[in-house]
Design a protein around this ligand. Structure first.
Ligand code: ZN
Length: 479
């Protein structure tokens, strides 16, 4: 195997390891000549589409319908909600010309679609019978990020889905937050094995214009937090400026309540790459893997035909149940093993002359490296059991890492020590923005918020400033 192919940096040097894996596993190519816009290659794109599809299925199951709003939005729509405009004005890409003509009104590329969708909602919604309205779309959004970009973790173009619901009451809007949480659980935990906590962000860190923001945080291997999805309860903060009203059962005109939810597909994939991977490269959850099983024939002089024949018949049989690749390239088997390990394929099936003679195959697990000989007639059942077992052990390992990295601090010194170790630290907190700013200046950490649904009462004074504590919050350094 050539040095070029394998991962040379151990995962404990996470920053370098990540970039090497992204490049060598064929996820993204950063040589595209616009900064912050990498090219996503087939191995990544397959997974981006698959994660998108997982969310779409959840949306459809919960009564959301698909829609397709334009990527361009007129400047006048942005200006309708004053907090929203303040925040996004500086980070949108503007379109000022078409051909040789200057546009009468500037357009911008959507950084998120509230201002594209809500003027239309205002036209469509008439009575309470039109509600709830639950639409979603999947696609890319654009933000002029000024922080350092990194493929999938932070880019100027990213893949996501956004759902926008309109509800009759504040209670119904709050219920939507819970539905979004179950959707996220079903995909991120139950299919991808990524643990998360859901936090209500403090008021100074809300989505611009939202009444409250709920964010899904996971812990990356370097102990920093990645936000992978958010739900915003918009209250009536957008329905008023955008004039989204309905007549209720008593024929009275009401402003509607709204929510929006955005799972970040690029971020989620970066978490899968980072959290599950090891020193050899990717380890992919079986439901996500572009290839679940790779078959590698081991050819020895004089036995080529028997082995090839067996490999082909196994390939035809297995592809009825799994995503299978038969690797018949002329490279040495060892080279192929390393390449598929690097790309994270969950199961490898080796077939050599000895296996053919004994009526068996050799199965190797990517997660543990364990090898076992399996009789030909049991192969399909065995692989299906192993894939399930691989997922369970990936999920458990990720959960154990997450849990080990949630700590508690009783005073500022303890908090600082814990922050150095990475992960989330639980503290009693005064809930003042000035105090959060002091924390940020002293340590670089942020207040991630109150755990959703936890309802914990603070026992200490604020561990940062010593004033009476109002809330129990979690703090961390974040991407
Ligand atoms: Zn304080």
């Amino acid at each position: 195997m050539s040095e070029e192919l394998g991962i040379t940096v151990p995962k404990k040097n996470f920053g370098e390891w990540y970039l090497e894996v992204v490049k060598k596993a064929g996820l993204a190519d950063q040589r595209y000549p616009v900064k912050g816009f990498p090219v996503y290659m087939p191995w990544a794109m397959f997974m981006i589409k698959r994660i998108t599809r997982m969310f779409e299925e959840e949306f459809e199951r919960t009564g959301h319908e698909p829609a397709g709003f334009p990527v361009v939005i007129p400047e006048s729509s942005l200006k309708k909600e004053k907090e929203h405009v303040k925040s996004f004005e500086k980070e949108v890409f503007w379109i000022t010309h078409a051909g040789k003509n200057k546009l009468e009104e500037r357009l911008f590329l959507r950084p998120t679609s509230e201002t594209a969708i809500y003027p239309m909602y205002s036209l469509w919604i008439r009575t309470y019978q039109d509600l709830p309205l639950k639409l979603y779309q999947s696609g890319q959004v654009y933000r002029y990020e000024t922080k350092m970009t990194k493929p999938l973790i932070r880019g100027r173009e990213f893949f996501w889905l956004e759902s926008h619901t309109v509800q009759k009451t504040a209670e119904a809007a709050q219920k939507q937050v819970e539905e979004d949480m179950r959707i996220t659980e079903n995909v991120i935990e139950n299919k991808l094995g990524i643990p998360f906590m859901l936090f209500e962000r403090p008021p100074w860190d809300k989505f611009p214009g939202a009444e409250s923001t709920y964010a899904y945080d996971t812990i990356m291997p370097d102990g920093k937090i990645a936000q992978i999805a958010t739900t915003h309860n918009l209250g009536r903060n957008f329905s008023k400026p955008f004039n989204i009203t309905f007549t209720d059962e008593k024929e009275e005109k009401q402003y509607a309540y709204q929510t929006c939810f955005g799972p970040g597909v690029s971020r989620i994939l970066s978490a899968v790459v980072s959290i599950h991977g090891d020193d050899k490269g990717l380890i992919l959850p079986p439901e996500l893997a572009p290839v679940q099983v790779v078959i590698i024939p081991i050819l020895k002089k004089g036995h080529e035909n028997k082995v090839k024949e067996k490999a082909h018949s196994l390939f035809s049989e297995l592809r009825k149940s799994f995503r299978v690749r038969l690797d018949e390239r002329s490279y040495r088997p060892g080279f192929k093993y390393h390449e598929w390990e690097l790309k994270g394929v969950p199961v490898r099936v080796e077939i050599g002359p000895d296996d053919v003679a004994k009526g068996q195959v050799t199965i190797v697990r990517r997660d543990s490296g364990k090898k076992l000989a399996v009789s030909e007639k049991d192969v399909k059942k065995k692989i299906s059991d192993i894939l399930k077992d691989i997922f369970d052990s990936m999920k458990n390992r990720a959960k154990a890492f997450f849990d080990e990295n949630v700590r508690e601090a009783k005073n500022y010194k303890e908090l600082k020590q814990n922050l150095k170790r990475g992960g989330l630290v639980k503290i009693s907190f005064c809930y003042e923005e000035a105090c959060a700013k002091k924390l940020k200046n002293d340590t670089g950490a942020e207040v991630r918020g109150i755990e959703f649904g936890a309802n914990e009462k603070p026992v200490n004074k604020c561990v940062i400033c010593g004033k009476p504590a109002k809330k129990v919050v979690y703090v961390a350094r974040a991407y």
